[in-house]
Design a binder for this molecule. Structure first.
Ligand SMILES: Nc1nc2c(c(=O)[nH]1)N[C@H]1C(S)=C(S)[C@@H](COP(=O)(O)OP(=O)(O)OC[C@H]3O[C@@H](n4cnc5c(N)ncnc54)[C@H](O)[C@@H]3O)O[C@H]1N2
Ligand code: MOO
Length: 428
C-alpha cells in the first residue's frame, strides 16, 4: 500500500522461534515488504479485443480514439421550435415550415421568418441557431406563437462540443466502468482492447469446513472463506475458474494446487498456514518446494505463504480466520489481480479521517482495523466496528473501510487523524 514506511535496506530477517510463535524458518516482513514481494509475481496479462458487453471492470491495453464528433451534428436539447434568433420576439407568430423528429436524416433548412418543429436529439436545421422549448409557445403545428424569448443559441448542443473525432477518449490502464463503456459505444466502438481478466482459483482447507448448508456437528462450521474470496476476486475484475474445499490432507492439497496452477493465473488458498499440527497448506508448500512461509508484522494477517506452482502460477496462501483472509486479500491479492488486469492504479483509495473513539493496537504490528466511514460532514469520521478479533465476520460485513494504525502505535485517541483505506468499489 502507498504511504508506507520505506522498506528496510537489509534483506529479510529469519525469525527465531521466539515468543511470537511465528515458527522457525519463516521470513519476517513488514506489510509493505510482503505486498511488494507479491506484486512482483505478476505483470499485465496479454491484450485482446473484447465486446463491450463483456468488458465491465477490465482495463484498457491501449489508448482509445473517438471515430466521431460528439454530438455528431448540432442537435436540439429540447422539444420545441428551431429558428433564427433574429426572428424571435415575445408574441411573434411564425409559420411552422417542417417537422424534425429524432432520427430524421433529411437535410432540413429553416427559411427566414419561419420555425421548424424539433424534438430532443434531432439535428438542428440549417439556418437555425436557437431552440425555443414548446412550453414557451402555444405548441402550434401550422403556425406557432412564441410567448417569450430565449437567448440566441439556447438549447443547441454544438457538434463536437463534448468529444472531437480523433480525440483520445480513454487511456491505457483505465478500468472500464459503465460510463466508460457508454463513451466507447457512443464514439463508434463495439469492442475494446483490454487485458485478459486474471483467472483465479480459490482453495479452502480445513476438515471442520462444511459446504452446502444443513445442520452442523459439534466442531464443524459452514465454509465461508471460499465464497468470500471468490466474490472479492470477481469484484476485483478476475474470472474465478474454480473454488475447492479440501480436508486437512497434505498430498491431496498439493495435488489440487498443482492441478489448479495449470488452469489459473493466481491460486489463492486459505487456512492451514500457521504453526499448528495440521496446517496443511504450510506443509504442502514446503513439501512441494513451491513457496515460503512468511510472518508479516500486521494484524490481522500475520501468517502468510507465497510461492509459485510448477506451472509458474503464483500461489498466495492466506490465513484461515475470515477477517484475516479478507484483509490479506485486500492488501496482497487484490493489488496483484489489479496488476494482472492492467489497471493503472492497483491500490484502493486512501483518505484521511477523524477517529470517532479510542482504539488500541498491538506494538510492532501494523493494524488494519475494520471501520465504517461517515462522509456526511466535512472530514470523514471513522468508527471501528467489532474490535481486533480476526474471527469477527459479523463486524467485517458492516465495515466499509480499514483504519491503518502504524506498527509503532499502541493507542490512537478519539479525534485524532488517521489514514483509512476506502473499501467501497469505485465506479471504475
Ligand atoms: N500457536 C499459535 N497459534 C496461532 C498463531 C500463532 O502465531 N501461534 N497465529 C494465529 C493467527 S494470527 C492466525 S491468523 C491463525 C491462522 O491460522 P491458519 O491459517 O492456519 O488457519 P486455520 O487454523 O486453518 O483456521 C483459523 C480459523 O479460521 C477458520 N477457517 C479456516 N478456513 C475457513 C473457511 N474456509 N471458512 C470459514 N472459516 C474458516 C477455522 O475454522 C479457524 O477457526 O492462526 C492463529 N493461531
Ligand atoms: O494474524 Mo491473525 O490474522 O491476527 O488472526
Amino acid at each position: 500500500m502507498p504511504d508506507a514506511p520505506a522498506p528496510r535496506a537489509a534483506g529479510p530477517a529469519r525469525d527465531a522461534t521466539g515468543p511470537d510463535r511465528s515458527g522457525p524458518g519463516r521470513v519476517v516482513r513488514t506489510l509493505d515488504e510482503h505486498a511488494a514481494a507479491v506484486l512482483a509475481l505478476g505483470a499485465p496479462l496479454p491484450a485482446r479485443r473484447v465486446p463491450l458487453a463483456e468488458s465491465l471492470g477490465t482495463a484498457l491495453a491501449a489508448d482509445v480514439v473517438s471515430a466521431v464528433d460528439l454530438p455528431p451534428w448540432d442537435s436540439s436539447a429540447m422539444d420545441g421550435y428551431a429558428l433564427r434568433a433574429a426572428d424571435l420576439r415575445a408574441g411573434a407568430v411564425l409559420r411552422v415550415a417542417d417537422d424534425v423528429p429524432a432520427g430524421e436524416t433529411r437535410a432540413v433548412t429553416v427559411p427566414p421568418g419561419a420555425a421548424v418543429r424539433i424534438m430532443t436529439g434531432a439535428p438542428v436545421p440549417a439556418g437555425a441557431d436557437t431552440v425555443v422549448p414548446v412550453e414557451r409557445t402555444d405548441g402550434g403545428t401550422d403556425r406557432v406563437t412564441f410567448h417569450d424569448v430565449v437567448p440566441p443559441g439556447a438549447h443547441v448542443r454544438r457538434r463536437g462540443e463534448d468529444v472531437r473525432a480523433g480525440d483520445v477518449v480513454l487511456r491505457a490502464g483505465d478500468v472500464l466502468g459503465p460510463a466508460a463503456l457508454g463513451l466507447l459505444a457512443a464514439t463508434g466502438h463495439v469492442d475494446a482492447p483490454v487485458h485478459a481478466r486474471p483467472r483465479v482459483a480459490v482453495v479452502s482447507t480445513g476438515s471442520e469446513l462444511v459446504t452446502g448448508g444443513g445442520p452442523l456437528a459439534h466442531g464443524q462450521i459452514h465454509e465461508s472463506n471460499g465464497v468470500q474470496l471468490a466474490a472479492a476476486a470477481r469484484a476485483a475484475g478476475a474470472d474465478v475458474v474454480d473454488v475447492r474445499v479440501l480436508g486437512d490432507d497434505v498430498p491431496d492439497v498439493l495435488r489440487v494446487l498443482e492441478e489448479l496452477g495449470a488452469r489459473a493465473d493466481v491460486v489463492v488458498t486459505t487456512g492451514g498456514v500457521s504453526v499448528g499440527a495440521y496446517d496443511v497448506v504450510r506443509d504442502a508448500l514446503v513439501a512441494g518446494g513451491h513457496g515460503e512461509l512468511v510472518h508479516v508484522r500486521m494484524q490481522p494477517g500475520k501468517p502468510q505463504g507465497v510461492g509459485r506452482l510448477p506451472s509458474g502460477t503464483p500461489v498466495l496462501s492466506l490465513p484461515g480466520n475470515p477477517v484475516s483472509a479478507h484483509v490479506s486479500f485486500e492488501v496482497f491479492v487484490r493489488p496483484l489481480l489489479r496488476r494482472l488486469l492492467g489497471a493503472r492504479d492497483v491500490h484502493r483509495r486512501r483518505v484521511r479521517a477523524t477517529l470517532a473513539a479510542d482504539v488500541d493496537s498491538p506494538a510492532g504490528r501494523r493494524q488494519l482495523l475494520r471501520a465504517r466511514l461517515d462522509w456526511s460532514g466535512g472530514t470523514p469520521v471513522a468508527t471501528a466496528v467489532g474490535g481486533p478479533g480476526s474471527h469477527l465476520l459479523g463486524a467485517l460485513a458492516r465495515a466499509d473501510a480499514l483504519v491503518d494504525v502504524p506498527a509503532e502505535a499502541t493507542h490512537v485517541g478519539a479525534g485524532e487523524t488517521v489514514t483509512v483505506v476506502d473499501l467501497r468499489e469505485a465506479d471504475a
